[in-house]
Design a protein around this ligand. Sequence first.
Ligand SMILES: [Ca+2]
Ligand SMILES: [Ca+2]
Length: 593
Amino acid sequence: MREDRRKQNPYLISSFNCSAVVGVRFVRKHVKSKKHILKLGLVALVSVFWLIVRTGRKPSRISYPCQRAAIANIHFFLLVLFAPLVDFRKLKATLPSILNHPRTKTFLMLGSLILALGCVPFTGNYSPLSNDYLSIPLNLKPQNALNLASSSDLFFIENASGVDGNMDAAFSALLQLMEDHGLFFFKTRSQLSGLFGKDDVLLIKVNCQWPERGGTSTDFVKSLIRKILNHPEGFTGEIVVADNGQERGSLDWAESNAFNHSQSMKDVVDTFSSYKVSTWLWDTIRSKVVNDYDQGDFSDGYVVNSTQNPITRLRVSYPKFKTNYDTYISFKNGIWNNATASYSSEKLKVINVPVLKSHGSYGVTACVKHYMGVVSQSLTNTHSAIQYGALGTEMVETKFPALNILDAIWVNANPKESSNCGPSTSYEAASFTNVIGASQDPVALDYWASKHILIPAAIHKGHTAYSSLDPDYAPVTSGLTESYHNYLERSMNELKNAGYQVTMDEAEMNVYVSSAFLQTDLNKDGRVNILDLFKVAQAFGAKYNETDGMYWHDPKCKYCPHEPAVDIDCNKTIDMIDLNRVARDYGKRAWPS
Ligand SMILES: [Ca+2]
Ligand SMILES: [Ca+2]
Protein backbone atom coordinates (compact mmCIF):
# COMPACT_ATOMS: atom_id res chain seq x y z
CA MET A 1 0.00 0.00 0.00
CA ARG A 2 2.72 2.39 1.03
CA GLU A 3 4.68 1.28 -2.02
CA ASP A 4 1.69 2.08 -4.23
CA ARG A 5 1.25 5.44 -2.67
CA ARG A 6 4.89 6.26 -3.22
CA LYS A 7 4.60 5.24 -6.83
CA GLN A 8 1.64 7.48 -7.29
CA ASN A 9 3.15 10.39 -5.48
CA PRO A 10 4.96 12.23 -8.20
CA TYR A 11 5.70 15.39 -6.34
CA LEU A 12 9.34 15.44 -5.54
CA ILE A 13 9.10 19.08 -4.86
CA SER A 14 11.65 20.67 -2.70
CA SER A 15 11.07 24.06 -1.21
CA PHE A 16 11.71 27.25 -3.06
CA ASN A 17 15.42 26.88 -3.57
CA CYS A 18 17.03 27.46 -6.94
CA SER A 19 17.31 23.98 -8.26
CA ALA A 20 14.10 22.37 -7.19
CA VAL A 21 10.84 22.60 -8.95
CA VAL A 22 8.59 19.64 -9.42
CA GLY A 23 8.57 15.99 -10.41
CA VAL A 24 5.67 14.26 -12.02
CA ARG A 25 4.75 11.20 -13.96
CA PHE A 26 1.45 11.79 -15.61
CA VAL A 27 -0.14 15.15 -15.39
CA ARG A 28 -3.62 13.94 -15.98
CA LYS A 29 -3.52 11.55 -13.08
CA HIS A 30 -2.64 14.35 -10.73
CA VAL A 31 -5.90 16.09 -11.25
CA LYS A 32 -7.69 13.17 -9.70
CA SER A 33 -5.89 13.62 -6.44
CA LYS A 34 -7.08 16.58 -4.42
CA LYS A 35 -4.44 15.91 -1.87
CA HIS A 36 -1.68 16.29 -4.40
CA ILE A 37 -3.22 19.42 -5.78
CA LEU A 38 -3.33 20.84 -2.29
CA LYS A 39 0.37 20.11 -1.88
CA LEU A 40 1.17 21.71 -5.20
CA GLY A 41 -1.08 24.63 -4.35
CA LEU A 42 0.84 25.13 -1.14
CA VAL A 43 4.12 25.18 -3.01
CA ALA A 44 2.64 27.61 -5.53
CA LEU A 45 1.39 29.83 -2.74
CA VAL A 46 4.76 29.85 -1.03
CA SER A 47 6.32 30.58 -4.41
CA VAL A 48 4.05 33.57 -4.87
CA PHE A 49 4.98 34.81 -1.41
CA TRP A 50 8.66 34.24 -2.19
CA LEU A 51 8.35 36.14 -5.46
CA ILE A 52 6.75 39.14 -3.80
CA VAL A 53 9.25 39.27 -0.96
CA ARG A 54 12.36 38.63 -3.05
CA THR A 55 11.44 40.71 -6.07
CA GLY A 56 10.24 43.64 -4.00
CA ARG A 57 10.36 46.88 -5.90
CA LYS A 58 13.00 45.68 -8.31
CA PRO A 59 11.21 43.98 -11.23
CA SER A 60 14.57 43.14 -12.84
CA ARG A 61 15.06 40.52 -10.12
CA ILE A 62 12.30 38.52 -11.76
CA SER A 63 14.89 37.12 -14.15
CA TYR A 64 17.01 35.63 -11.35
CA PRO A 65 17.13 31.81 -11.42
CA CYS A 66 15.37 31.46 -8.02
CA GLN A 67 12.57 33.71 -9.17
CA ARG A 68 12.24 31.75 -12.38
CA ALA A 69 12.01 28.51 -10.45
CA ALA A 70 9.29 30.03 -8.27
CA ILE A 71 7.35 31.14 -11.34
CA ALA A 72 7.74 27.67 -12.78
CA ASN A 73 6.28 26.22 -9.57
CA ILE A 74 3.25 28.48 -9.88
CA HIS A 75 2.74 27.70 -13.53
CA PHE A 76 3.15 24.03 -12.95
CA PHE A 77 0.49 24.08 -10.29
CA LEU A 78 -1.83 25.86 -12.71
CA LEU A 79 -0.96 23.37 -15.39
CA VAL A 80 -1.80 20.39 -13.21
CA LEU A 81 -4.97 22.09 -12.12
CA PHE A 82 -6.05 22.66 -15.66
CA ALA A 83 -4.65 19.63 -17.42
CA PRO A 84 -8.16 18.62 -18.56
CA LEU A 85 -8.28 21.81 -20.61
CA VAL A 86 -5.73 20.32 -22.95
CA ASP A 87 -8.30 17.77 -23.97
CA PHE A 88 -10.71 19.90 -25.94
CA ARG A 89 -13.47 17.29 -26.02
CA LYS A 90 -13.57 17.39 -22.26
CA LEU A 91 -13.36 21.15 -22.35
CA LYS A 92 -16.54 21.42 -24.34
CA ALA A 93 -18.45 19.38 -21.81
CA THR A 94 -16.94 20.87 -18.70
CA LEU A 95 -16.48 24.53 -19.61
CA PRO A 96 -19.57 25.96 -17.87
CA SER A 97 -18.84 24.24 -14.57
CA ILE A 98 -15.13 25.07 -14.83
CA LEU A 99 -15.84 28.76 -15.11
CA ASN A 100 -17.85 28.70 -11.89
CA HIS A 101 -15.45 26.48 -10.07
CA PRO A 102 -13.43 27.87 -7.14
CA ARG A 103 -10.29 26.56 -8.85
CA THR A 104 -10.96 28.81 -11.79
CA LYS A 105 -11.18 31.79 -9.50
CA THR A 106 -7.91 30.77 -7.90
CA PHE A 107 -6.39 30.45 -11.35
CA LEU A 108 -7.56 33.88 -12.36
CA MET A 109 -6.30 35.38 -9.13
CA LEU A 110 -2.87 33.80 -9.45
CA GLY A 111 -2.75 34.53 -13.18
CA SER A 112 -3.49 38.18 -12.55
CA LEU A 113 -0.83 38.27 -9.88
CA ILE A 114 1.74 36.78 -12.22
CA LEU A 115 0.80 39.17 -14.98
CA ALA A 116 0.89 42.07 -12.57
CA LEU A 117 4.39 41.08 -11.60
CA GLY A 118 5.23 41.44 -15.25
CA CYS A 119 6.78 38.04 -15.62
CA VAL A 120 5.54 35.35 -17.92
CA PRO A 121 2.35 35.70 -19.89
CA PHE A 122 0.63 32.59 -21.17
CA THR A 123 1.36 32.74 -24.86
CA GLY A 124 2.13 30.34 -27.67
CA ASN A 125 0.56 27.33 -29.26
CA TYR A 126 0.85 23.84 -28.01
CA SER A 127 1.70 22.52 -31.41
CA PRO A 128 4.55 20.05 -31.23
CA LEU A 129 6.48 19.04 -34.30
CA SER A 130 5.69 15.59 -35.61
CA ASN A 131 8.15 12.73 -35.41
CA ASP A 132 9.17 13.34 -39.04
CA TYR A 133 10.70 16.56 -37.80
CA LEU A 134 13.40 15.05 -35.65
CA SER A 135 16.58 16.51 -36.98
CA ILE A 136 19.79 14.59 -37.51
CA PRO A 137 22.31 15.47 -34.78
CA LEU A 138 25.15 17.31 -36.53
CA ASN A 139 27.13 19.04 -33.81
CA LEU A 140 28.37 21.90 -36.01
CA LYS A 141 31.54 23.34 -34.52
CA PRO A 142 32.47 27.01 -34.68
CA GLN A 143 36.03 27.78 -35.67
CA ASN A 144 38.34 30.73 -36.18
CA ALA A 145 40.40 31.19 -39.31
CA LEU A 146 44.14 30.82 -38.86
CA ASN A 147 44.79 33.11 -41.78
CA LEU A 148 42.87 36.28 -41.00
CA ALA A 149 44.27 38.25 -43.94
CA SER A 150 42.16 36.36 -46.47
CA SER A 151 39.34 34.70 -44.60
CA SER A 152 35.66 34.10 -45.29
CA ASP A 153 32.90 34.29 -42.68
CA LEU A 154 30.31 31.52 -42.54
CA PHE A 155 27.16 31.66 -40.43
CA PHE A 156 25.03 28.64 -39.53
CA ILE A 157 21.75 28.42 -37.65
CA GLU A 158 20.85 25.02 -36.27
CA ASN A 159 17.43 23.92 -35.11
CA ALA A 160 16.01 26.27 -37.75
CA SER A 161 12.38 25.13 -38.14
CA GLY A 162 9.77 26.34 -35.73
CA VAL A 163 6.11 25.48 -35.33
CA ASP A 164 4.64 24.31 -38.65
CA GLY A 165 7.99 24.86 -40.38
CA ASN A 166 8.08 28.56 -39.57
CA MET A 167 11.58 29.99 -40.18
CA ASP A 168 11.15 33.48 -38.70
CA ALA A 169 13.20 32.67 -35.61
CA ALA A 170 15.95 31.17 -37.78
CA PHE A 171 16.25 34.36 -39.83
CA SER A 172 16.22 36.52 -36.70
CA ALA A 173 18.99 34.35 -35.29
CA LEU A 174 20.93 34.49 -38.56
CA LEU A 175 20.77 38.26 -38.88
CA GLN A 176 21.79 38.64 -35.24
CA LEU A 177 24.72 36.27 -35.68
CA MET A 178 25.88 38.08 -38.82
CA GLU A 179 25.55 41.43 -37.09
CA ASP A 180 27.49 40.19 -34.06
CA HIS A 181 30.39 39.56 -36.43
CA GLY A 182 30.19 42.75 -38.44
CA LEU A 183 28.01 41.78 -41.41
CA PHE A 184 24.84 43.86 -41.45
CA PHE A 185 21.84 42.63 -43.44
CA PHE A 186 20.13 46.01 -43.60
CA LYS A 187 21.69 49.13 -45.04
CA THR A 188 20.43 52.13 -43.09
CA ARG A 189 21.44 55.75 -42.54
CA SER A 190 23.33 54.64 -39.45
CA GLN A 191 24.70 51.45 -40.98
CA LEU A 192 25.93 52.30 -44.46
CA SER A 193 27.89 49.08 -44.81
CA GLY A 194 24.66 47.03 -44.61
CA LEU A 195 23.79 44.79 -47.55
CA PHE A 196 20.22 45.73 -48.44
CA GLY A 197 18.79 49.23 -48.62
CA LYS A 198 15.11 50.05 -48.20
CA ASP A 199 14.58 50.86 -51.89
CA ASP A 200 16.74 48.15 -53.46
CA VAL A 201 15.46 45.59 -55.94
CA LEU A 202 16.21 42.19 -54.43
CA LEU A 203 16.32 39.22 -56.73
CA ILE A 204 15.90 36.01 -54.74
CA LYS A 205 17.36 33.30 -56.94
CA VAL A 206 15.63 30.10 -55.85
CA ASN A 207 15.72 26.53 -57.15
CA CYS A 208 12.38 25.90 -58.88
CA GLN A 209 13.44 22.96 -61.00
CA TRP A 210 12.17 20.15 -58.80
CA PRO A 211 9.08 19.33 -56.74
CA GLU A 212 9.10 17.86 -53.21
CA ARG A 213 12.49 18.35 -51.49
CA GLY A 214 14.41 19.23 -54.67
CA GLY A 215 13.52 22.93 -54.72
CA THR A 216 14.25 25.71 -52.25
CA SER A 217 12.00 25.52 -49.17
CA THR A 218 9.06 27.87 -49.52
CA ASP A 219 8.88 28.26 -45.72
CA PHE A 220 12.47 29.51 -45.91
CA VAL A 221 11.67 32.00 -48.71
CA LYS A 222 8.54 33.17 -46.89
CA SER A 223 10.49 34.09 -43.76
CA LEU A 224 13.29 35.64 -45.84
CA ILE A 225 10.81 37.91 -47.64
CA ARG A 226 9.11 38.78 -44.36
CA LYS A 227 12.47 39.73 -42.92
CA ILE A 228 13.35 41.96 -45.90
CA LEU A 229 9.97 43.70 -45.73
CA ASN A 230 10.72 44.48 -42.08
CA HIS A 231 13.52 46.82 -43.11
CA PRO A 232 14.00 49.19 -40.16
CA GLU A 233 13.49 52.22 -42.42
CA GLY A 234 10.40 50.73 -44.11
CA PHE A 235 10.79 48.73 -47.31
CA THR A 236 9.83 50.61 -50.48
CA GLY A 237 11.83 48.52 -52.95
CA GLU A 238 10.92 45.40 -54.85
CA ILE A 239 11.46 41.65 -54.49
CA VAL A 240 11.52 39.20 -57.39
CA VAL A 241 11.61 35.44 -56.79
CA ALA A 242 13.08 33.89 -59.92
CA ASP A 243 14.77 30.90 -61.53
CA ASN A 244 15.31 29.17 -64.84
CA GLY A 245 14.32 25.53 -64.40
CA GLN A 246 15.47 24.94 -68.00
CA GLU A 247 12.09 23.76 -69.30
CA ARG A 248 11.15 21.66 -66.30
CA GLY A 249 10.83 24.45 -63.71
CA SER A 250 7.76 25.74 -61.91
CA LEU A 251 7.19 28.34 -59.23
CA ASP A 252 3.82 26.80 -58.48
CA TRP A 253 4.49 23.12 -57.74
CA ALA A 254 1.58 21.19 -56.25
CA GLU A 255 4.13 19.29 -54.12
CA SER A 256 6.55 21.86 -52.74
CA ASN A 257 9.42 21.77 -50.29
CA ALA A 258 7.45 23.09 -47.31
CA PHE A 259 5.89 21.99 -44.05
CA ASN A 260 2.55 22.29 -45.82
CA HIS A 261 3.40 20.55 -49.10
CA SER A 262 0.84 22.51 -51.06
CA GLN A 263 2.47 25.87 -50.27
CA SER A 264 4.20 26.83 -53.55
CA MET A 265 6.58 29.71 -54.17
CA LYS A 266 3.74 31.57 -55.91
CA ASP A 267 1.47 31.05 -52.87
CA VAL A 268 4.16 32.57 -50.67
CA VAL A 269 4.61 35.57 -52.94
CA ASP A 270 0.84 36.09 -53.12
CA THR A 271 0.69 36.54 -49.34
CA PHE A 272 2.71 39.77 -49.68
CA SER A 273 0.34 41.45 -52.12
CA SER A 274 0.54 44.83 -50.38
CA TYR A 275 4.23 45.06 -51.36
CA LYS A 276 6.03 44.85 -54.70
CA VAL A 277 6.80 41.14 -54.53
CA SER A 278 6.50 38.93 -57.61
CA THR A 279 7.78 35.80 -59.32
CA TRP A 280 9.51 35.41 -62.67
CA LEU A 281 9.94 32.00 -64.30
CA TRP A 282 12.79 32.42 -66.79
CA ASP A 283 11.96 29.07 -68.41
CA THR A 284 9.51 31.00 -70.56
CA ILE A 285 12.27 33.10 -72.15
CA ARG A 286 15.07 30.54 -72.10
CA SER A 287 15.28 30.19 -75.88
CA LYS A 288 14.69 33.81 -76.85
CA VAL A 289 17.83 35.78 -77.73
CA VAL A 290 17.57 39.53 -77.15
CA ASN A 291 19.82 42.55 -76.73
CA ASP A 292 20.14 44.44 -73.47
CA TYR A 293 18.21 47.65 -72.75
CA ASP A 294 21.05 50.01 -73.67
CA GLN A 295 20.80 48.60 -77.20
CA GLY A 296 17.20 49.79 -77.37
CA ASP A 297 15.71 46.32 -76.99
CA PHE A 298 12.88 46.19 -74.41
CA SER A 299 11.70 42.65 -74.92
CA ASP A 300 12.17 39.92 -72.31
CA GLY A 301 14.72 37.25 -73.13
CA TYR A 302 18.32 36.12 -72.82
CA VAL A 303 21.41 38.10 -73.76
CA VAL A 304 24.09 35.69 -75.01
CA ASN A 305 27.81 36.36 -75.54
CA SER A 306 29.06 35.64 -79.02
CA THR A 307 32.38 34.30 -77.74
CA GLN A 308 33.32 31.52 -75.35
CA ASN A 309 35.63 31.74 -72.35
CA PRO A 310 38.83 29.93 -73.40
CA ILE A 311 39.37 28.28 -70.00
CA THR A 312 35.90 27.46 -68.71
CA ARG A 313 34.25 27.17 -72.18
CA LEU A 314 31.31 29.30 -71.06
CA ARG A 315 29.31 31.48 -73.39
CA VAL A 316 27.95 33.91 -70.86
CA SER A 317 24.16 34.26 -70.95
CA TYR A 318 21.77 36.09 -68.64
CA PRO A 319 18.08 37.00 -68.43
CA LYS A 320 16.64 40.49 -68.87
CA PHE A 321 12.97 41.07 -68.17
CA LYS A 322 10.31 43.51 -67.04
CA THR A 323 8.70 42.75 -63.66
CA ASN A 324 4.98 42.91 -62.78
CA TYR A 325 5.73 46.38 -61.40
CA ASP A 326 7.27 47.64 -64.67
CA THR A 327 10.86 47.48 -63.45
CA TYR A 328 13.42 46.64 -66.15
CA ILE A 329 16.00 44.20 -64.81
CA SER A 330 19.19 43.16 -66.56
CA PHE A 331 20.74 40.36 -64.51
CA LYS A 332 24.18 41.61 -65.56
CA ASN A 333 23.82 45.38 -65.61
CA GLY A 334 21.18 46.10 -62.98
CA ILE A 335 18.05 48.25 -63.05
CA TRP A 336 17.44 50.13 -66.29
CA ASN A 337 16.16 53.67 -65.93
CA ASN A 338 14.36 54.65 -69.09
CA ALA A 339 14.25 58.35 -68.27
CA THR A 340 17.99 58.71 -67.88
CA ALA A 341 18.80 55.87 -70.30
CA SER A 342 21.20 54.34 -67.81
CA TYR A 343 21.63 51.36 -65.50
CA SER A 344 21.85 51.40 -61.75
CA SER A 345 23.97 48.37 -61.02
CA GLU A 346 24.02 48.91 -57.25
CA LYS A 347 20.24 48.95 -56.95
CA LEU A 348 19.97 45.29 -58.00
CA LYS A 349 21.01 42.79 -55.32
CA VAL A 350 21.02 39.03 -55.79
CA ILE A 351 20.34 36.72 -52.84
CA ASN A 352 21.35 33.21 -53.88
CA VAL A 353 19.22 30.60 -52.05
CA PRO A 354 20.01 27.04 -53.20
CA VAL A 355 19.24 23.69 -51.58
CA LEU A 356 22.16 21.59 -50.38
CA LYS A 357 22.03 18.19 -52.09
CA SER A 358 23.87 15.46 -53.92
CA HIS A 359 24.11 15.59 -57.70
CA GLY A 360 24.28 12.74 -60.20
CA SER A 361 26.78 14.46 -62.54
CA TYR A 362 28.80 16.73 -60.28
CA GLY A 363 28.67 15.12 -56.82
CA VAL A 364 27.18 18.06 -54.90
CA THR A 365 25.10 21.07 -55.84
CA ALA A 366 24.77 24.18 -53.68
CA CYS A 367 25.62 27.90 -54.12
CA VAL A 368 27.98 27.75 -57.12
CA LYS A 369 26.14 25.13 -59.15
CA HIS A 370 22.92 27.05 -58.45
CA TYR A 371 23.92 29.62 -61.11
CA MET A 372 22.97 26.95 -63.62
CA GLY A 373 19.52 28.48 -63.14
CA VAL A 374 20.79 31.88 -64.30
CA VAL A 375 22.17 30.78 -67.68
CA SER A 376 20.14 29.48 -70.61
CA GLN A 377 20.99 25.82 -71.16
CA SER A 378 19.17 25.62 -74.49
CA LEU A 379 21.18 28.54 -75.93
CA THR A 380 24.61 27.75 -74.44
CA ASN A 381 24.83 24.13 -73.20
CA THR A 382 26.47 25.40 -70.02
CA HIS A 383 25.76 22.22 -68.03
CA SER A 384 28.57 20.35 -69.75
CA ALA A 385 30.98 23.24 -69.00
CA ILE A 386 30.37 23.25 -65.22
CA GLN A 387 33.29 20.84 -64.90
CA TYR A 388 35.68 23.54 -66.20
CA GLY A 389 34.48 26.13 -63.69
CA ALA A 390 31.92 27.77 -66.01
CA LEU A 391 29.61 28.88 -63.22
CA GLY A 392 32.46 30.74 -61.54
CA THR A 393 32.80 32.67 -64.80
CA GLU A 394 29.02 33.24 -64.88
CA MET A 395 29.13 34.77 -61.37
CA VAL A 396 32.03 37.05 -62.37
CA GLU A 397 30.62 38.12 -65.73
CA THR A 398 27.02 38.76 -64.60
CA LYS A 399 25.93 39.56 -61.02
CA PHE A 400 27.82 38.12 -58.07
CA PRO A 401 25.43 37.36 -55.19
CA ALA A 402 25.35 39.94 -52.41
CA LEU A 403 24.63 37.05 -50.05
CA ASN A 404 24.24 33.29 -50.31
CA ILE A 405 21.80 31.68 -47.90
CA LEU A 406 21.91 27.92 -48.09
CA ASP A 407 18.77 25.91 -47.48
CA ALA A 408 20.04 22.85 -45.59
CA ILE A 409 16.75 22.17 -43.85
CA TRP A 410 16.01 19.07 -45.88
CA VAL A 411 19.04 17.82 -47.81
CA ASN A 412 19.63 14.96 -50.21
CA ALA A 413 22.46 13.06 -48.55
CA ASN A 414 22.34 10.04 -50.86
CA PRO A 415 25.71 10.00 -52.65
CA LYS A 416 26.33 8.98 -56.25
CA GLU A 417 27.49 5.62 -54.89
CA SER A 418 23.88 4.89 -53.78
CA SER A 419 20.37 5.10 -55.14
CA ASN A 420 18.23 8.23 -54.74
CA CYS A 421 21.14 10.59 -55.52
CA GLY A 422 19.98 14.14 -56.39
CA PRO A 423 19.29 16.59 -57.83
CA SER A 424 15.67 15.41 -57.88
CA THR A 425 14.70 14.63 -54.28
CA SER A 426 11.51 13.02 -53.05
CA TYR A 427 10.07 13.67 -49.61
CA GLU A 428 11.16 10.17 -48.55
CA ALA A 429 14.74 10.48 -49.83
CA ALA A 430 15.52 13.71 -47.97
CA SER A 431 17.21 14.06 -44.57
CA PHE A 432 16.07 16.63 -42.03
CA THR A 433 19.25 18.45 -41.03
CA ASN A 434 17.33 21.62 -40.12
CA VAL A 435 20.14 24.12 -40.76
CA ILE A 436 20.45 27.34 -42.72
CA GLY A 437 23.85 28.77 -43.60
CA ALA A 438 24.93 32.11 -45.00
CA SER A 439 28.06 33.61 -46.46
CA GLN A 440 29.22 36.13 -49.01
CA ASP A 441 31.64 33.44 -50.18
CA PRO A 442 29.65 30.84 -52.16
CA VAL A 443 32.68 28.52 -52.47
CA ALA A 444 33.48 28.35 -48.75
CA LEU A 445 29.80 27.83 -47.93
CA ASP A 446 29.57 24.93 -50.40
CA TYR A 447 32.81 23.40 -49.15
CA TRP A 448 31.99 23.58 -45.44
CA ALA A 449 28.33 22.59 -45.74
CA SER A 450 29.04 19.49 -47.82
CA LYS A 451 31.78 18.39 -45.44
CA HIS A 452 30.03 19.11 -42.13
CA ILE A 453 26.34 18.73 -42.99
CA LEU A 454 25.93 16.55 -46.08
CA ILE A 455 28.54 13.89 -45.29
CA PRO A 456 27.43 13.45 -41.64
CA ALA A 457 23.84 13.15 -42.91
CA ALA A 458 24.99 10.49 -45.42
CA ILE A 459 26.73 8.59 -42.62
CA HIS A 460 23.63 8.92 -40.47
CA LYS A 461 21.66 7.31 -43.29
CA GLY A 462 24.04 4.37 -43.19
CA HIS A 463 26.02 5.15 -46.34
CA THR A 464 29.58 3.91 -46.14
CA ALA A 465 30.81 5.10 -49.57
CA TYR A 466 30.35 8.84 -50.13
CA SER A 467 33.50 10.19 -51.79
CA SER A 468 31.27 11.86 -54.41
CA LEU A 469 30.16 14.28 -51.66
CA ASP A 470 33.69 14.97 -50.42
CA PRO A 471 34.97 18.46 -51.34
CA ASP A 472 38.56 17.24 -50.85
CA TYR A 473 38.26 14.18 -53.05
CA ALA A 474 39.66 14.92 -56.52
CA PRO A 475 39.25 11.55 -58.33
CA VAL A 476 36.06 11.17 -60.35
CA THR A 477 33.66 8.73 -58.65
CA SER A 478 32.16 6.26 -61.12
CA GLY A 479 29.23 7.80 -62.98
CA LEU A 480 30.09 11.46 -62.33
CA THR A 481 31.03 13.86 -65.14
CA GLU A 482 33.58 15.53 -62.85
CA SER A 483 34.37 15.40 -59.15
CA TYR A 484 32.83 17.93 -56.83
CA HIS A 485 36.31 18.98 -55.71
CA ASN A 486 37.52 19.72 -59.22
CA TYR A 487 34.55 21.73 -60.45
CA LEU A 488 34.41 23.70 -57.21
CA GLU A 489 38.14 24.45 -57.32
CA ARG A 490 38.01 25.58 -60.98
CA SER A 491 35.00 27.78 -60.23
CA MET A 492 36.87 29.20 -57.23
CA ASN A 493 39.86 30.04 -59.39
CA GLU A 494 37.65 32.07 -61.73
CA LEU A 495 36.29 34.04 -58.78
CA LYS A 496 39.72 34.47 -57.21
CA ASN A 497 41.17 35.79 -60.44
CA ALA A 498 38.39 38.38 -60.51
CA GLY A 499 39.33 39.53 -57.00
CA TYR A 500 36.59 37.93 -54.92
CA GLN A 501 37.31 36.57 -51.43
CA VAL A 502 36.69 32.85 -51.89
CA THR A 503 38.38 29.83 -50.40
CA MET A 504 38.28 26.04 -50.06
CA ASP A 505 40.80 26.10 -47.23
CA GLU A 506 39.24 25.62 -43.79
CA ALA A 507 42.13 27.50 -42.22
CA GLU A 508 40.75 30.55 -44.01
CA MET A 509 37.19 30.20 -42.70
CA ASN A 510 35.57 31.73 -39.64
CA VAL A 511 32.59 29.59 -38.77
CA TYR A 512 29.91 30.97 -36.47
CA VAL A 513 27.10 28.74 -35.23
CA SER A 514 23.93 29.61 -33.39
CA SER A 515 20.49 28.12 -32.85
CA ALA A 516 17.06 29.45 -33.73
CA PHE A 517 15.55 28.23 -30.48
CA LEU A 518 16.72 27.70 -26.93
CA GLN A 519 17.20 24.02 -26.20
CA THR A 520 14.63 24.24 -23.43
CA ASP A 521 12.00 25.86 -25.68
CA LEU A 522 10.71 22.40 -26.49
CA ASN A 523 7.61 23.37 -28.44
CA LYS A 524 9.54 26.10 -30.29
CA ASP A 525 7.17 28.94 -29.73
CA GLY A 526 10.03 31.31 -29.03
CA ARG A 527 9.80 31.31 -25.24
CA VAL A 528 10.48 28.88 -22.41
CA ASN A 529 7.09 28.63 -20.79
CA ILE A 530 4.45 26.40 -19.31
CA LEU A 531 4.00 24.49 -22.56
CA ASP A 532 7.59 23.33 -22.35
CA LEU A 533 7.09 22.21 -18.75
CA PHE A 534 4.06 20.35 -20.00
CA LYS A 535 6.15 18.47 -22.56
CA VAL A 536 8.60 17.34 -19.88
CA ALA A 537 5.73 16.41 -17.56
CA GLN A 538 4.09 14.38 -20.29
CA ALA A 539 7.30 12.50 -21.03
CA PHE A 540 8.48 12.25 -17.43
CA GLY A 541 9.95 8.83 -16.68
CA ALA A 542 10.15 7.77 -20.34
CA LYS A 543 13.34 6.01 -21.38
CA TYR A 544 15.40 5.94 -24.55
CA ASN A 545 14.73 3.14 -27.00
CA GLU A 546 17.76 2.03 -29.03
CA THR A 547 15.68 0.79 -31.95
CA ASP A 548 13.76 3.89 -32.89
CA GLY A 549 15.68 6.57 -31.00
CA MET A 550 12.50 7.72 -29.26
CA TYR A 551 11.48 7.80 -25.59
CA TRP A 552 8.85 5.39 -24.26
CA HIS A 553 7.05 4.76 -20.99
CA ASP A 554 6.70 1.17 -19.78
CA PRO A 555 3.84 0.45 -20.14
CA LYS A 556 3.41 3.05 -22.85
CA CYS A 557 1.26 6.07 -22.14
CA LYS A 558 -1.29 7.66 -24.43
CA TYR A 559 1.34 10.10 -25.74
CA CYS A 560 4.23 7.68 -26.32
CA PRO A 561 6.67 7.93 -27.97
CA HIS A 562 8.23 11.21 -26.81
CA GLU A 563 10.76 13.35 -28.66
CA PRO A 564 14.48 12.96 -27.87
CA ALA A 565 14.69 16.76 -27.58
CA VAL A 566 12.93 16.53 -24.21
CA ASP A 567 15.92 14.65 -22.79
CA ILE A 568 17.84 17.88 -22.55
CA ASP A 569 20.87 16.47 -20.76
CA CYS A 570 20.90 13.37 -23.00
CA ASN A 571 21.08 10.87 -20.12
CA LYS A 572 18.55 8.62 -21.86
CA THR A 573 15.78 9.33 -19.33
CA ILE A 574 13.28 12.15 -19.06
CA ASP A 575 13.87 13.09 -15.48
CA MET A 576 14.28 15.80 -12.84
CA ILE A 577 17.38 17.13 -14.56
CA ASP A 578 15.39 17.94 -17.69
CA LEU A 579 12.62 19.51 -15.65
CA ASN A 580 15.15 21.57 -13.79
CA ARG A 581 16.79 22.79 -17.02
CA VAL A 582 13.43 24.04 -18.30
CA ALA A 583 12.70 25.69 -14.95
CA ARG A 584 16.08 27.41 -14.97
CA ASP A 585 15.37 28.96 -18.38
CA TYR A 586 11.77 29.72 -17.53
CA GLY A 587 10.63 32.96 -19.14
CA LYS A 588 13.65 33.28 -21.41
CA ARG A 589 13.34 33.87 -25.13
CA ALA A 590 16.02 33.35 -27.76
CA TRP A 591 15.63 36.60 -29.67
CA PRO A 592 14.09 39.91 -28.78
CA SER A 593 10.80 40.28 -30.64
CA1 LIG B 1 8.03 27.20 -25.50
CA1 LIG C 1 17.38 13.53 -18.99
